[in-house]
Design a binder for this molecule. Structure first.
Ligand code: 6PG
Length: 470
């Protein structure tokens, strides 16, 4: 130990924590880690090279003592009870004005509770979503912090240095009070679920309808990644198709079990959207598809019970071209829904979110980074009060020129028994959102018929009830 105090502390030296702390140190801030696991502590010290730059200890008291004040302590530990346990352990050793930053995928209301509790003790608490996986943590993640604005000034230089850069601009910004940061990260993950579902069903379609090989899929997804679909998820998808299996002679993607797991952030996005009354069907169906995927045994039984429609020959090149357009269309719908959720949640929870700023910090570093986010940033910068991307003048031509391809593919999928739930839900969302008149007048009539729930009218103000039964 030296007497020198460290600029930044980090609890939880798993892959994310270790990478994040090394990133902090690479950017000129000395950092001190803490973990109960001695092996992890020693591994970090070894990798850090110089203990004046990166140090660590298993003892929380040594850790707290090593940090300069106000202490800036980031937690990269699993969301849930462990976060509370670490806070309780650190709290008696902290001073007023110290800062704890939870960098995990914590549920936003847990963050609100922790923030209020720590505020009473004079400690500032931040919920900061960190996106980009292990590589992002090491080389530059997108960081979504929320909490006390003044206290953020202490953290800002470190976060701006370690965050990913898009054309020189750091992919981090103070997002708002309380749990704003965790909430934004939750919706980021909801959009992530939507984009992943869409890329996977387009793969299914191309494979089933025109029998594309993994090699062809690799080429197509990488070509798409050089165009307007450029995004981290399309890029890694192209690489996945090229990955050989080490255990067999085949391609790895073909031997991976088709049951998708989930840790809950997509589901939380959907649940909260339902609570707030915001339609996010592309995200909802992405969650449901993971659930359907889990029913593999039942799916296998059912597969034998029902005949699949015969696949008609279809022009390969034309289908690939339509797939690119449809995927672009559906990506727009997924972002539109997520941004809409953020706008309404901001009003409901007092987050005062700046949607242009959020899109801006998603342009690099995070899992949903995509060329589209530069356009989304511009759209919200030009019209900060934009209710929905579909109302943005910049997006109208993008959607107009791709929606027909989505229609054709949805219709092809429906006719031929290829499930395209993300795409069809995106299309339905679009068709419903752009319909001046929906048949929900009939639902109002039904409600009033059987429950006297009343209805409003198009032609006059007021609330009405009819005695329907003659
Ligand atoms: C990120 C990811 C990250 C994690 C997801 C996985 O932004 O870096 O979103 O947070 O990979 O939470 O979520 P599921 O396990 O639910 O798919």
């Amino acid at each position: 130990m030296t007497d020198k105090k460290y600029d930044f502390g980090l609890v939880g030296l798993g892959v994310m924590g270790r990478n994040f702390i090394l990133n902090v140190a690479d950017n000129g801030f000395s950092a001190f880690g803490n973990d109960l696991d001695e092996e992890k502590v020693n591994a970090l010290i070894d990798e850090g090279g110089d203990t004046r730059r990166v140090n660590a200890d298993v003892d929380a008291a040594v850790f707290v003592e090593a940090l300069s004040k106000p202490r800036k302590i980031m937690l990269l530990v699993p969301a849930g009870k462990i976060v509370d346990a670490v806070i309780e352990k650190l709290l008696p050793m902290l001073d007023k004005g110290d800062i704890i930053i939870d960098g995990g995928n914590s549920f936003y209301s847990d963050t609100d509770r922790r923030e209020a509790y720590l505020k009473e003790k004079g400690v500032n608490f931040f919920g900061a979503g960190v996106s980009g996986g292990a590589k992002g943590a090491r080389k530059g993640p997108s960081i979504m912090p929320g909490g006390n604005r003044e206290a953020y000034q202490h953290v800002k230089p470190i976060f701006e240095a370690v965050a990913a850069k898009y054309e020189g601009e750091p992919c981090v910004a103070y997002l708002g009070p309380k749990s704003a940061g965790n909430y934004v990260k939750m919706v980021h993950n909801g959009i992530e679920y939507g984009l992943m579902q869409l890329t996977s069903e387009i793969y299914d379609l191309l494979k089933k309808a025109v029998g594309l090989s993994n090699e062809e899929l690799h080429k197509i997804y990488s070509e798409w990644n050089n165009g307007r679909l450029q995004s981290f998820l399309v890029e890694i998808t192209s690489e996945i198709f090229a990955q050989k299996d080490e255990l067999t002679d085949g391609d790895l993607v073909d031997v991976i079990l088709d049951k998708a797991k989930q840790k809950g952030t997509g589901k939380w996005t959907s649940q909260n959207a339902m609570d707030l009354g915001i339609p996010v069907p592309t995200i909802d169906i992405a969650v449901s598809m993971r659930q359907i995927s889990a029913l593999r045994d039942e799916r296998i039984k059912a597969d034998h019970l029902y005949k699949k429609p015969v696949l008609e020959a279809v022009n390969k090149e034309a289908l690939i071209e339509k797939a690119e357009k449809a995927l672009y269309f559906a990506f727009i719908m997924a972002y539109a829904q997520g941004m809409h959720q953020l706008a309404d949640a901001s009003a409901a929870y007092g987050y005062e979110l700046n949607l242009g700023e959020i899109a801006k910090i998603w342009r690099a570093g995070c899992i949903i980074r995509a060329a589209l986010l530069a356009d989304i940033t511009k759209a919200y910068q030009e019209e900060p009060e934009l209710q929905n991307l579909l109302l943005s003048n910049a997006f109208v031509p993008k959607v107009r020129s791709t929606v027909d391809a989505a229609r054709e593919l949805v219709s092809y999928g429906a006719t031929h028994g290829i499930p395209l739930p993300g795409l069809s839900n995106a299309l339905t969302y679009f068709d419903a959102y752009t319909s001046q008149r929906l048949p929900l007048n009939l639902i109002q009539a039904q409600r009033d018929y059987f429950g006297s729930h009343t209805y409003e009218r198009l032609d006059r103000e007021g609330t009405f009830h009819t005695e329907w039964e003659k």
